[in-house]
Design a binder for this molecule. Structure first.
Ligand code: FES
Length: 570
């Protein structure tokens, strides 16, 4: 086995001396002669609270690497805390992926263990690993323990949306709202609802990039430490076997990820992330595949935001493998996991221990629960909706548009008592796509007008070119492509136009002819409500980001460059 790191460390010349000498610092000479060097790409950061515990997890990974004869090298990488990072963590996903990719390529490493948790971290790590194409395996940081408030489960994210609407509706006091704050986050880990972090961990396991059975293990559970140590051992083995992402990830792997996404009722954000990861691998995955493969998969998991329970309950009830066993016939039997064995080989022993949390196929939580792709004259390149999170009666709807040109415009006007809006209105928010915001923020689930909340309205049709938090819910059409700022027709709609949503027919239209649309003046959301960024990452991002229907990666980051670096540093 020729190790990649031997390009740095092998030999007796001056450069090999330099690479070894600076690294040894007490390590025996043989540490850098023939032993696999395993990076631990660690997204731990105090400013990414969901991942702050990962340095502890890294210690177990290191133990495993050493036990298997490898040498662990911790590599702190760009970390993205969903609740902190402005203007939206999605603006930085591609930057995190690019910087991780380049640091893996630039350094003497043979393989990598990827430690992620909070929403964008596992996607960015997988995008990076796919482009470098060295052996890589994920250890997911795990969800936090269940929160409870006044005797009821309190899910992070979802609870915030629900309770804040109750405050606005006058049914919850500000004092009780403040009291819930410390009850929501009660341990290390990422959000405990079926939000984007939980979704991406489970979907990454279905994809094959996590040892089956690990995803969803709570962050503070000793079994996660054990799994991290065993994964450390596996990473050394992966190098010996040369199992890089491109050797086992196929279209079938993504097929399985889409089936899993539907069966768990996962976040819509998984669509842009899976498209971007597939793009790095050169796998032809389209937004249509999510509808074709996933839309008729039953929802088997009763978790918030759409349901009742939280991630700790899912783990206790049998976890992802118990869910996937119910839909085994829908999975690609050939698709391999990181262990070299097919995903389906792990399912026969998987049991459901709590049918309140995981349903059997015969009595699903909901039929046909996957993501639906809509097209029409409002979304020529597509828009998506998650029917499982929507109000069934609103899935076929005709209503008058109420248009907002930016999130600031929305905040300014939404509670104006004179605002012309009723429960049948269709709220449209634009200027929130990849280019327009920039960064495609999670604003699509617009809060409802207070005057309607006071009347008891709890859901309305909403349409946006941005994203929605995986912890959010409602009849929300999102990822509209092309976005308004890229010339999409969403930018031409005016308040008062009739909008038709037909999820069964997979249509999203404004009742205007092509001629009428073409004759309209571009709105502020099309011409740029804000000055375009002039420098730095934002400039690069706006100039090169692609639309949601292809994963919102930068055009020049699609594909792989491999792990070769021809030139020495001295
Ligand atoms: Fe980090 Fe939800 S904010 S996972």
């Amino acid at each position: 086995m020729e190790l990649r790191s031997s390009q740095w460390y092998a030999g007796e010349d001056r450069n090999a001396y330099i690479h070894r000498a600076w690294m040894r610092r007490g390590a025996p000479d043989d540490s850098f002669r023939g032993r696999p060097q395993i990076a631990i790409a660690n997204t731990a950061s105090d400013l990414t609270p969901c991942n702050a515990h990962l340095t502890g997890v890294a210690q177990f990974v290191k133990n495993g690497i050493l036990e298997a004869g490898g040498v662990p090298q911790e590599l702190p990488v760009v970390s993205l805390g969903e609740t902190n990072v402005r203007p939206t963590a999605m603006l930085w996903r591609n930057m995190a992926a690019m910087s991780t990719e380049e640091m893996l390529r630039a350094n003497p490493v043979d393989g990598v263990v990827l430690l992620g948790g909070c929403d964008k971290t596992i996607p960015s790590l997988l995008m990076a690993a796919a482009s470098v194409d060295i052996p890589a395996v994920v250890v997911p940081g795990g969800p936090m323990l269940n929160g409870t408030f006044r005797g009821a489960p309190l899910g992070c994210g979802t609870g915030v949306w629900k309770l804040s609407e109750e405050v606005r509706a006058g049914t919850l006091s500000q004092e009780d709202f403040a009291r819930s704050e410390s009850a929501m986050i009660r341990s290390a880990g990422h959000c405990n609802t079926m939000g984007t972090a939980s979704t991406m961990a489970l979907v990454a396991e279905a994809l094959g990039t996590i040892v089956p059975g690990i995803a969803g293990t709570p962050a503070s559970d000793a079994r996660l430490s054990e799994a991290a140590q065993l994964t450390g051992r596996l990473a050394v083995d992966l190098v010996k076997q040369g199992r890089t992402p491109s050797t086992f990830l196929t279209k079938g792997s993504f097929h399985n990820a889409i089936v899993a996404l539907a069966a768990i009722g996962g976040s819509t954000n998984a669509v842009v992330h899976l498209l971007a990861i597939a793009g790095r691998l050169g796998i032809e995955l389209s937004v249509e595949d999510f509808d074709r493969i996933g839309s008729h998969v039953p929802l088997l998991v009763d978790l918030q935001p759409a349901g009742r329970h939280l991630m700790e309950d899912l783990f206790r009830a049998g976890g992802l493998l118990a869910v996937l066993r119910q839909v085994k016939d829908l999975l690609d039997p050939e698709a391999l996991t990181i262990t070299g064995k097919p995903l389906v080989d792990y399912l026969d022993d998987a049991e459901i221990f709590d049918p309140e949390v995981i349903s059997v196929r015969e009595t699903p939580v909901q039929d046909d629960a996957g993501i639906a792709l809509l097209r029409g004259n409002l979304a020529p390149d597509g828009a998506i909706i998650k029917p499982a999170a929507a109000t069934p009666e609103l899935l076929q709807h005709r209503g008058r548009a109420l248009v907002f040109d930016s999130i600031e415009d929305f905040h300014e006007r939404i509670d104006d008592p004179e605002l012309e809006v009723d429960a049948d209105s269709v709220m449209i928010l634009r200027g929130c796509g990849p280019k327009g915001y920039p960064g495609m923020p999670e604003v699509s689930n617009m809060p409802l007008p207070t005057k309607l909340l006071e009347q008891g309205v709890r859901d309305m049709v909403r349409i946006c070119d941005g994203r929605m938090s995986g912890t959010a819910y409602g009849t929300v059409v999102l990822h509209v492509a092309p976005e308004a700022a890229a010339g999409g027709p969403l930018g031409l709609v005016r308040s008062g136009d009739w909008i038709v949503l037909d999820v069964a027919g997979r249509r999203l239209d404004v009742e205007l002819s092509a001629e009428e649309l073409a004759a309209r003046e571009p709105s502020a959301a099309m011409t740029g409500a804000f000055a375009a960024p002039t420098r730095g990452w934002e400039r690069l991002y706006v100039d090169h980001v692609q639309q949601a229907d292809t994963g919102a990666d930068l055009d020049f980051l699609v594909g792989a460059s491999g792990s070769e670096v021809a030139r020495e540093s001295h």
